[in-house]
Design a protein around this ligand. Structure first.
Ligand code: HEC
Length: 99
């Protein structure tokens, strides 16, 4: 009995870890902010083009993005994000203006 339980648990663990990694959920540990202004279409486009590679699950809906507004603006302004890429000045302005 015990010998069969271990591989089963290992499999469940692997599925959980890989599904989180591949769906791009990295911001779970940060508490969401109160959403005051939903992001505009241009902001959603920039996020889709520059952040989805790693954060598809974090920024799946306008509401999700809205709840990360301060974090997103802080991360792009300080150039911590997008990781491994860089934003054009135009895209940076779109994110800061939330348009
Ligand atoms: C190449 C992968 C990658 C891309 C592209 C990327 N991120 Fe990230 N991001 C990460 C990883 C990994 C973490 C968690 C580890 C860390 O904090 O370094 C993270 C953490 C964050 C955090 C929380 C930590 C912090 O520094 O504030 C924010 C906010 C964030 N990303 C926003 C963005 C936004 C906005 C974009 C698009 C403009 C983006 N990321 C693009 C990989 C990426």
């Amino acid at each position: 009995m015990k010998t069969k339980l271990f591989p089963a648990l290992l499999l469940i663990w692997l599925v959980i870890v890989f599904s989180a990694a591949c769906s791009g959920i990295r911001l779970q540990k940060y508490p969401p902010e109160a959403c005051s202004l939903l992001p505009g279409n241009q902001t959603m486009d920039v996020i889709e083009n520059t952040c989805f590679l790693c954060h598809r699950g974090d920024f799946a809906t306008r509401q999700d993005v809205c709840e990360r507004k301060e974090m997103i603006q802080d991360a792009v302004l300080s150039k911590r994000m997008p990781k491994l890429k860089s934003l054009s000045e135009e895209d940076l302005q779109i994110l800061l203006q939330w348009e």
